[in-house]
Design a protein around this ligand. Structure first.
Ligand SMILES: NC(=O)c1ccc[n+]([C@@H]2O[C@H](COP(=O)([O-])OP(=O)(O)OC[C@H]3O[C@@H](n4cnc5c(N)ncnc54)[C@H](O)[C@@H]3O)[C@@H](O)[C@H]2O)c1
Length: 366
């Protein structure tokens, strides 16, 4: 029978894996686990916010199928993506005599996913890894594609690997416990998927903005599945970001990252930075004659309906430029910009004049 919750299948150099999303599917984790031919005991890594109820629920779902599951709880927050936490998880795994066939399961947001994935990639030179994303960013972005990482004091995600999970299982119902601001910043990433690759998804967002902010089950699940499928499609085509396809997912990220970094990650959530960055990129595309002002307005209106920021008053311009010059996407000294040519159609441009970038950033912080 067809799996109605299957959002996509990711294909990569080492095989493929299912990306599944449904309402209330966490209780089904044990069955999914066995379907993937995984063997217990399993090692769940979760955080202090997600443990109750989701970490516990995942453990019970596995136990129901006779799979023993141990839990390691990290403090919630970005600072946990550190080598000292990685070391304590290694110690815990050694103490519990974890073996090469024993899977690590990440139950949580992108922090848990990146960290648990890094541990899975390195412990015993790699153990099976399963993603159970609970935040929006983790569902539509971080859990798919195999990028795992930890932060160094110098910068985020500086040490990591490509390490693909054996499966991604998202219970969309978990989004109901996110705050409105967290929800909106998550939808920003999915809205971005629409603008770069899927005009129909942009229509859906416009038709159902309020229902999506209320996490109405049917439409939320449908949009999460579509957004996951877009990410899955992109990473299947360009697993290691070498073909210029995966970079399209960085629409809004050049300015967005710079805003986050130059305000020391204290003012903007990631999706909020991306929202402002999308406006910057759209305005530049308009100035370069690539898109109409109607498209810029359409993007603006949609972001505003999700209460997302579209400008960044008062941020220090030198700080933004310093951060942009450290962007990982820089090649031969110049920023590569993801820009729209239409709704659902993005391209990479290396020829954006510096004075246009400067004028646009000045307007955003105006
Ligand atoms: N690997 C990738 O491709 C990739 C892509 C995007 C982002 N990331 C990484 O992901 C991280 C950001 O992800 P994030 O926004 O999920 O951060 P996060 O994991 O810190 O989660 C945000 C907050 O929400 C809480 N939370 C998670 N699920 C919840 C739920 N269902 N209900 C209530 N609270 C919940 C968490 O405890 C945390 O406090 C960053 O470290 C970023 O670098 C990785």
């Amino acid at each position: 029978m067809a799996d109605e919750n299957l959002a996509a299948v990711v294909h990569h150099s080492g095989g493929s894996y299912p990306v599944v999303a449904g309402w209330g599917i966490l209780d089904d984790l044990g069955r999914r686990f066995l379907e993937l031919d995984l063997k217990g005991p399993a090692y769940i890594i979760t955080d202090s916010n997600v443990m109750n109820p989701y970490g516990r629920q995942a453990q019970l779902a596995l136990q129901k199928h006779g799979i023993a599951a141990h839990i390691f709880i990290i403090p919630a927050g970005e600072t946990s993506k550190s080598f000292s936490i990685v070391q304590s998880i290694y110690d815990w795994l050694v103490e519990r005599r974890a073996e090469r066939g024993h899977p690590i399961i990440a139950v949580g947001g992108g922090v848990v996913g990146d960290l648990a994935g890094f541990v899975a990639a390195t412990f015993l030179r790699g153990v099976p890894f399963v993603q159970v994303p609970t935040s929006m960013a983790a569902m539509v972005d971080a859990s798919i594609g195999g990028k795992v990482a930890v932060n160094l004091p110098q910068a985020k995600n500086l040490v990591g690997a490509f390490y693909q999970p054996r499966g991604v299982f998202a219970d969309v119902q978990a989004l109901s416990t996110l705050g409105k601001r967290e929800l909106a910043e998550g939808w920003a990433e999915a809205i971005k998927h629409g603008f770069i690759l899927d005009a129909d998804l942009v229509d859906t967002f416009e038709q159902h903005a309020e229902a999506l902010m209320d996490v109405e089950p049917e439409i939320s699940t449908q949009v999460i599945r579509r957004s996951m499928a877009i990410k899955a499609e992109v990473v299947s085509q360009d697993e290691r970001e070498t073909l210029g396809i995966r970079i399209l997912l960085n629409y809004g990220h050049t300015i967005g990252h710079a805003l986050e970094a130059s305000t020391e990650y204290g003012r903007f959530f990631h999706g909020e930075g991306v929202s402002v960055g999308m406006m910057g990129a759209a305005r530049m595309a308009e100035q370069m004659g690539m898109i109409s002002s109607e498209l810029v307005d359409r993007q603006y209106e949609l972001l505003r309906r999700f209460n997302l920021p579209t400008s960044a008053a008062g941020v220090d311009i030198d700080g933004i430029f310093r951060a942009m010059s450290m962007d990982k996407k820089i090649e031969a000294g110049s920023n590569r910009w993801v820009m729209l040519e239409g709704v659902g159609k993005a391209v990479v441009r290396r020829d954006v004049p510096l004075d246009l970038v400067e004028a646009t950033v000045r307007e955003l912080i105006g």
